[in-house]
Structures are given as C-alpha cells and as structure tokens.
Design a protein around this ligand. Sequence first.
Ligand code: FE
Length: 351
Amino acid sequence: MKLLVLATVAVTALAALSGCADKAAETARADCAAPAGDVNVYSSRHYDTDLALYEDFTCETGIKVNRIEADADALIERIQSEGEFSPADLLLTVDAGRLWRAEEAGIFAPVDSDVLKQRLPANLRHPEGLWFGLSTRARIIIYDKSKGAPEGLANYADLADPARKGEICMRSSSNIYNISLLSSIIAHKGAAEAENWAKGVVANFKQAPQGNDTAMIEVVAAGQCRISVVNTYYLARYAGGDAKDKAIFDKVGVIFPDQDGVGTHVNVSGAGLIKTAPNRENAVKFLEYLTSESAQRYFADGNNEYPAAIGLKANSAVEQLGSFKADKLGVAEIGRGQAQAVTIFDRAGWN
Ligand code: FE
C-alpha cells in the first residue's frame, strides 16, 4: 500500500513564493479573495514551483487547493475504490498513456469550456473534453558529440538503419514514454511498419535496455553509447544546471526527429475532471487557471516543459535545445495505441 500524503497548501509558509503575495507581503495577503471552498487535486506530479501555482490560485479565487500525491496508477485505483464518495475533483498526471488509462477506467467526466478550447490546441486535449494537456515534452534523439553527428540520422526511422548497428542504447519498453512513441509510429505508419522499426532498433542495440532517461544522457555523454532517445526536460535540466551539468549537456548533440515529415513526437502533462467531483465548478475554474499565462509559466517551468497554451514560449534552459516542429497527432490517439505498442515491443524482443 502506497503512502498517500494529503498536503494542504499552507498559506503563510508559501506567501513569499507568490506574485500575488508579494504585493501584500506586509498586509498578510489582504488583497486575496475571501475563502470560497476547496478543490481536491490527486496528482502524480510534484515540483516546488507547483506550490506557488496553487497558492496564486487560492489568492485569486479564495479556493483552497488540497493535494493528494502518489503515482498515477495508485491514484486511479484509489479513485475507483472510493467510488461515488471520492473527494477527488481532478486527476493530474503525465503522459497520454496514463491519461488514457484513467479514461479507460471511466473516472473522467467531460468538461465543455470555451476558455480551455481557446487556449489549448485541439491536438493537446481529449476530443470530448475528458482531459486537457497542460504542458508538453518532446522525445528527441541524442548523440555523443565527440564522435560527430551520425550521418543520415534525422528521423526515428533512421534508428532502425543497419548503419547504426551497435550504437544505440535505450531504456526498457515497459517505460510509458517509449510505449507512447511507438504508439505514435503505429498511428502514422501502421502496425506492420512500426514492428519492423522496433525490430530494426533492437538489432542496433549496444546493450540490453536499462536505465532511465537521465542514465541515457549520462551514457551518451560518457561515450559509452553513441545514440539514445530521451525526453527534452531531462536534457534541459543539464542545460540549466550547474557547471558539472552544463559540461554533460555540452557533450550531447540534439536531433529533433522528423522535421521534414510529421514532426517530433510530443506528449503531455495533463488533467481531467473526476466524474464524481464534489467541487465541480471549482475544479473547472482551476483547470482554466492552469492554462493562464502566469500559471503556464509555473507549470511548464516546474519540469522544464513547453507550455501547452497557444503562443507561450519555454524557459531559457529548454530553448537551448533548439526550436522544432512538433508532431500534430492528437495526443488522445497516442493513448489508444498503447496496448498494441506493448505487443509489438514484445514481439520485437525489446525488453
Ligand atoms: Fe519523466
């Protein structure tokens, strides 16, 4: 049984973090709205900047944000077992695959909000409003700069080229980021081609799949593997880190795949309204707030992601990776291909 922590945002302790509080530092947040109820957020995401985000919302609206944190699957199970008495208003998690699991579990209710439709591109939200992407991350190819840019490597498809034999290190296929990437390949090219691709990549492995995205960056920087695939925010952490991190970042080359084709695979952090939400109206207000410019800044910066709302830019650490064309495939589509992707990885021998 996982330990679940109920954390109520402490108004006084966090006052200094909040822009709203800055103005009212002397007057103990006298400019904040009067208490106006609660919103209960079940979240598998935790970053320090998220606290300031919640605090600003409370100041603006008077709605207190109560958080329960655990991993996504535990939260989905918990909401299911709490049933109609669940206090959960919103589930906040990362990856379209997990949002899809929640959708399949039948815990979401649709939200019809003009604000959300205007601020978020259609491909980053569920077509029926069951969930909304709030930030994005791209899954990019990285390479060991000391060996030079691998010739002819521009697309995910090129990872399966026999020219790359013995050069590629990847994390396990049980990882949801790889499942979502393969799911996007299935959506674009069909299952047969996706399977050939997976087999081709496996044939090019330098070692059996192991380690997380951070480990992949480190083995590439250390020259142990020439090529890998990671999410942008992991590399941005090195770009925006201390001197030691920056030295690692400098050793790693970045390729945004498929720039002449459909664009680089992107995934989301996102949230959906729980169908039994006791504070439905407050939950929708909170969702809308999360897409506002200031909230998007906190939310994206909390994990070095790209803001999902239209017209907003990523922070300077993320921008160091370069600009790119993102795949416009509906993120909901990526969810639907998960089971098939797992089967294909199995058949391809990608452990
Ligand atoms: Fe991650």
